[in-house]
Design a protein around this ligand. Structure first.
Ligand code: UPG
Length: 472
């Protein structure tokens, strides 16, 4: 141990102990903190990776024959939803999964309905589990109400941890007496592995005979239990299987699949890990063709063995520079250390990725995505998934709503008080200025609405919009 590093780390250890964080979390944070102090940038350069080609990956569409095997394993599988995120980017201070997304139902409502339909359909009471954060736990549990895991004996939720923010100027723990909550950051969904250990959920699942888990984002309503993917994993005895989708122009924010040059292992490069000078290459969807949907299938026995041998799950470090108070850009600069769940793919020998159809991936990160999913471009299925409307044959329309009036969820919803416009035959929708949409509006082809004035204008019920409309 470098004495200088140890001295710098001591106040962090103390702060984390005072919060009651378990030793394993403190040690994991210490490992990332040391990397950070040694100058790690948390970047993965084009020099270190190679692209992955179609013929290297399995295809969902060719997995029909594994359904029976998957069906047999359903009663050994738990479903876990990553639910620690707030809807902050959409102006929501509570769990993002509470946002109404289709026919008035929230992500959370739909996830619970999905669990019910899968349980009924297959007659298997699999455990449905949420990983919450301190910020989402209360909201979520109030909403989840009387939903329970019945005979499985598994808790409905467990909590992720938090990491102390690091002052940029001297690498000491952030201190903000006016709001001490802001001294901490969520450590990213990569924390799930440690949280499964410290919460006891991993042991509880294994004790009760659950040996597989399907883990996915709560904002992806296409991610539902699936027999053929489970069967494929069981048949090939895989420790880890990641669902990837073919990238479209809209898939820029998340992470792409690649291989490490040094050992040819599959790896994930998150946008935050891409050097600024390589963003063009990151966005090149012809080169890096596959996008991490953040839906993974994992063998819980192997997960446990990683902790037995390494005492932690080593993941790629992500360094997130921020303002201490995110709403006040003039507050001190801090670094947040974070990790992503999918980067564990590098740690599992024989880990694989599978190309899944778009029906398994409908992410909602912005109100632009939300409008699309609310519209008739996506439909609600009898299994309660939200999938691209099969009647739409071309790629999804690009949506660009004026961020001054639509970025925050309340403002957005107020401008679509009834049903969202029909976008099934729309190629692009651009709204500049403040426009309210009454019911049953249809957008055809490329639609651009421009309201340069200060007052809201109204698109009347039943209007058909096409081309550019300038509201004088
Ligand atoms: N989440 C947590 N805890 C955290 C942070 C996030 O539970 O500390 C949850 C969050 O609620 C959401 C999910 O994790 O359900 C994904 O988080 P989000 O911030 O929306 O996604 P990104 O981290 O931007 O991207 C993830 C993957 C990326 C992938 C993308 C697909 O990291 O590789 O391409 O999801 O949508």
């Amino acid at each position: 141990d470098d004495p200088k590093l140890s001295a710098l780390f001591r106040p962090f250890a103390l702060k984390m102990e005072q919060q009651g964080l378990p030793a394993i979390v403190i040690n994991t944070f210490k490992c990332y903190f040391n990397q950070f102090l040694y100058g790690a940038q948390g970047k993965l350069s084009d020099r270190d990776i190679v692209a992955v080609h179609d013929d290297e990956l399995a295809e969902y569409d060719a997995m029909e024959q594994f359904k029976a095997k998957g069906e047999e394993a359903l009663d050994k599988t738990a479903v876990i939803k990553l639910n620690g995120g707030l809807g902050t980017s959409m102006g929501l201070e509570s769990a993002k999964s509470l946002i109404p997304v289709k026919e008035g139902l929230s992500f959370l409502d739909l996830i619970l309905l999905q669990a019910k339909t899968v349980r009924t359909h297959y007659g298997v009471d699999f455990p449905q589990v949420f990983m919450n954060s301190f910020k989402t736990h209360m909201d979520t549990m109030l909403k989840v109400g009387d939903f329970n895991n019945g005979t499985t004996g598994i808790d409905l939720a467990f909590l992720q941890h938090r990491y102390p923010k690091i002052m940029a100027k001297d690498h000491t723990p952030a201190s903000w007496p006016q709001n001490p909550e802001l001294e901490w950051n969520p450590p990213g969904h990569g924390d799930i592995y440690t949280a499964m250990i410290t919460s006891g959920i991993l042991d509880a699942l294994l004790d009760k005979g659950y040996i597989y888990a399907f883990i996915s984002n709560s904002d992806n309503l296409g991610a539902i239990m699936n027999r053929r993917l489970l069967g494929y994993m069981v048949h090939h005895n895989l420790p880890f299987l990641m669902e990837v989708a073919r990238r479209t122009d809209q898939d820029k924010k998340g992470g792409h699949l690649c291989r490490l040059k040094k050992n040819r292992q599959l790896a994930l490069r998150e946008v935050a890990q891409c050097p600024d000078t390589e963003m063009d290459s990151f966005c090149d969807i012809e080169k890096y063709k596959f996008f991490n949907t953040n839906s993974i299938w994992i063998d819980l026995r192997i997960l446990q063995s990683v902790f037995v041998s390494h005492r932690m799950m080593p993941l790629d470090l992500i360094i997130n520079p921020k303002s201490l108070d995110p709403r006040d850009p003039s507050s001190p600069k801090v670094f947040q250390l974070e990790t992503a769940m999918g980067s564990a793919i590098t740690n599992f020998l024989n880990a694989q990725a599978v190309i899944v159809p778009r029906k398994r991936f409908a992410p909602v990160k912005t109100t632009n995505d939300l409008l699309l999913v609310m519209s008739d471009c996506f439909v609600r299925t009898e299994r309660e998934t939200i999938i691209p409307n099969p009647d739409r044959v071309t790629s999804m329309p690009s949506i660009s709503l004026d961020s001054r009036h639509y970025k925050k969820i309340d403002a957005f919803l107020a401008r679509f008080p009834k049903n969202p416009p029909s976008l099934l035959n729309c190629d692009s929708l651009v709204v500049e200025g403040d426009v309210l949409f009454e019911q049953d509006v249809q957008c055809i082809g490329d639609v651009r609405l421009v309201n340069p004035g200060p007052n809201q204008v109204v698109v009347k019920a039943g209007s058909v919009l096409q081309g550019e409309t300038l509201f004088a």
